[in-house]
Write a protein that binds this ligand. Structure first.
Ligand code: F6P
Length: 324
């Protein structure tokens, strides 16, 4: 292996830059040439590929976003798109790829490897933490802390006005951000897509809660099966039938995707980036480099996208107990 390429794809996450930096510098340290592909699979199809040097990744370890930019490519879903991408890699003599992203990125990488056989190793980059094969994904810790900071602030005003707040956090298919920011922020309830939300039970507890507490924070993952925070609030409001209670919704949105990565995310990103390059050099293909129990683990893309990482039951229990 002489030349490798790195790209970021799907929703960006804080720490992707630290990961790119680790890939580039590890590759150079090991005597490889490195190329950066802009805008993920889109740039691969268009041939938007440039050589990267050690100085290309200076002063980015602390920055959110991704210097390589990111995209969700429709064209890469087509055989023609993937063929065009392959031709561009061949033109540059690329014989290994590091793909930084989430399940959509790995789904594309798996098909691409099966069709064209270019060795590919992934790094788990998504704020959602919903990738099997790693304890945490790059960006999750930062996103949780961003959500937590917002929840703390909302608590202040919720308490001042005796209001019930529904705070929507990201997580289309996963409730990891909701659960951890809910525990850290002392939420009275957390609603996540992985478990059935019993709105009648929520209403009942809310009525009881109001005897002892005057304000309340409910964290809703955007993908909860009862709907987003607006929809959940409307349903609860109808059921609770009490005009004396004031309900408010705050949607945190893309603020959770930006910002300087936390120390945890920078370290995780750096470790995964280095492990991806070392994996490629040692012959690993079609898999992701993650960290489980502090050790580097390579998990096949098939498992990363096919197996579900469960929400920790103990954490859900903790939420129930601590919100009495
Ligand atoms: O996958 C990461 C994520 O932030 C999800 O939590 C969210 O549902 C989605 O991306 C939003 O995507 P977009 O930025 O394309 O709106």
């Amino acid at each position: 292996m002489k030349k490798i390429a790195v790209f970021t794809s799907g929703g960006d996450s804080p720490g992707m830059n630290a990961c790119i930096r680790a890939v580039v510098r590890t590759a150079i340290y090991k005597g490889l040439e490195v190329y950066g592909i802009n805008r993920g699979y889109e740039g691969m199809i268009e041939g938007d590929i440039k050589r990267l040097y050690s100085h290309s990744v200076s002063n980015i370890v602390q920055r959110g976003g991704t210097i390589l930019k990111s995209a969700r490519s429709q064209e890469f879903r087509t055989p023609e798109g993937r063929k065009a991408a392959y031709d561009n890699l061949v033109k540059h003599g690329i014989d290994g790829i590091v793909a930084i992203g989430g399940d959509g990125t790995f789904t594309g990488a798996k098909i691409f490897f099966e069709e064209f056989g270019i060795p590919t190793v992934g790094c788990p980059g998504t704020i959602d933490n919903d990738i099997y094969g790693t304890d945490y994904t790059i960006g999750f810790d930062t996103a949780v802390n961003t959500a937590l900071e917002a929840i703390d602030k909302i608590r202040d005003t919720a308490a001042a006005h005796d209001r019930i707040f529904f705070i929507e956090v990201m997580g289309r298919d996963a409730g990891f951000i909701a659960v951890e920011s809910g525990i850290g922020g002392g939420a009275e309830f957390v609603m996540v897509p992985e478990t059935k939300t019993d709105l009648d039970a929520v209403v009942k507890s809310l009525k009881n809660l109001r005897k002892t507490k005057t304000s309340c924070v409910i964290v809703v993952a955007e993908g909860d099966e009862e709907g987003n925070a607006e929809e959940v609030m409307a349903k609860v409001k109808t059921k609770i039938k009490d005009d004396s209670k004031e309900f408010k919704v705050t949607t945190l949105g893309h603020i959770q995707r930006g910002g300087n990565p936390t120390a945890r995310d920078r370290v995780l990103a750096s470790r995964c980036g280095m492990a991806a390059v070392e994996g490629l050099i040692s012959g690993k293909v079609n898999c992701m480099a993650g960290i489980i129990h502090q050790e580097v683990v390579y998990t096949s893309f098939a498992d990363c996208i096919g197996k579900t990482k469960p929400i920790n039951e103990d954490q859900l229990k903790l939420l129930d107990i601590l919100s009495i």
